[in-house]
Write a protein that binds this ligand. Structure first.
Ligand code: NAD
Ligand code: TYD
Length: 333
């Protein structure tokens, strides 16, 4: 049996990866460690309850004690998804980002180094490169993060690398572009706009709406992580991009069009401070390992919209605030 620790596994990407891991790797014994912040949703893991090779631990990656408990009995592979992840929240209050994204990574790296972990995968982001006016970021480019979220992720990314360089911990680092798909918390662009449109609410588009992101379907991201775990070289960084550069305004229009809603629902609002204009990744290094994204953007968007349309129960309690009550009851808090 291979003992695998997935931190942040109740969130969007981590929960997709937990399902993917159990389905694809019959020899894996999976532990999810998650603090269940506002972004951690037990519903994302509900169908795994009772699974023989899965256990859930509620705990904080920034607590050395919680991390020690999660790794009790050893761990062969660690995937660190746990993070505060929303740029706008990081602008309002950076402290939680410093604590979870940086100190949490440190606590995990320390525990991993004393327990002989064979693969430590730090899930980083394209935001560490900062805005890219033209061309595409390569793994060796300078890091120029421009908001507290991106800066905290850049710190963790380089801290992870330092544990490879200094202590020989087999660390791998992936920098993915904007993910989308089912189960994404409706504060991020696509799920916010889809759920607002479903309710005939305005879509708050920042600035001129011409900022560009590269969109990666979450299932393709999960596959890339496996490729990096299996074939990546410790100490190396791998960009993971979807190859789907889109302007925010075009995403908004595509969502409204698919839902048959009027274009007038788009509402221009004041811009995000320090708003990066464009992200783009050069993914040749990962392609050489045999990965390329499989989901065409339109197909992924269609699937995502259909999922939110069919899962009102999932997002209505989050958006209505009743989620908090539900969550306290669920966990007897
Ligand atoms: P998310 O916000 O949906 O989920 C984060 C999860 O981490 C939640 O379940 C939350 O409860 C948990 N968490 C937060 N603080 C914790 C703590 N102190 N201890 C334990 N658990 C804690 O995030 P996501 O979009 O799924 O992103 C997952 C990872 O992927 C993050 O590291 C993020 O930086 C990275 N990433 C995300 C994207 C994207 O587009 N979403 C792109 C590239 C990289
Ligand atoms: P977001 O989903 O927050 O991801 P990130 O900031 O990590 O790229 O935002 C994606 C893009 O959409 C970004 O350019 C900001 C923009 N945006 C809006 O225009 N309105 C919104 O309400 C949100 C949440 C984002």
């Amino acid at each position: 049996m291979t003992r695998v620790l997935i931190t942040g596994g109740a969130g969007f990407i981590g929960s997709h990866y937990a399902h993917h891991a159990l389905a694809r790797h019959p020899e894996w014994q999976v532990t999810v460690l998650d603090k269940l912040t506002y972004a951690g949703n037990p519903d994302n893991l509900k169908d795994l309850e009772g699974h023989a090779r899965y256990r859930f631990l509620r705990g904080d990656v920034a607590s050395r004690e919680d991390v020690a408990l999660a790794m009790e009995g050893g761990a062969d592979i660690v995937l660190n998804f746990a993070a505060e992840t929303h740029v706008d929240r990081s602008i309002g209050d950076p402290e939680g980002f410093i604590r979870t994204d940086i100190y949490g990574a440190y606590a995990l790296l320390e525990a991993a180094r004393s327990r002989g972990v064979k693969r430590f995968l730090q899930i980083s982001t394209d935001e560490v490169y900062g805005s890219v006016p033209q061309g595409a970021s390569r793994e060796e480019d300078a890091l120029m993060p421009s908001n507290p979220y991106a800066a905290s992720k850049a710190a963790a990314d380089r801290l992870a690398y330092s544990y490879h360089a200094t202590y020989g911990l087999p660390v791998l680092i992936t920098r993915a572009s904007n993910n989308f798909g089912p189960n994404q918390y409706p504060e991020k662009l696509i799920p916010l706009f889809v759920t607002n449109a479903l309710d005939d609410q305005a879509l708050p588009l920042y600035g001129d709406g011409l900022n560009v992101r590269d969109w990666l379907f979450v299932g393709d991201h999960c596959e890339a992580l496996d490729v990096v775990l299996e074939r990546g070289t410790p100490g190396q960084v791998y960009n993971v991009g979807g190859g789907n550069e889109r302007r925010n305004i075009d995403i908004s229009r595509a969502i409204l069009e698919r839902l048959g809603k009027p274009p007038g629902l788009v509402r221009s609002v004041s811009d995000r401070p320090g708003h990066d204009r464009r992200y783009a990744l050069d993914c040749r290094k990962l392609r050489l390992l045999g990965w390329s994204p499989r989901t065409p953007f339109d197909e992924g968007l269609e699937e995502t919209i259909a999922w939110y349309a069919d899962h009102r129960d999932w997002w209505e309690k989050i958006k209505s605030g009743a989620y908090l009550e539900y969550y306290r009851k669920q966990y007897r808090l």
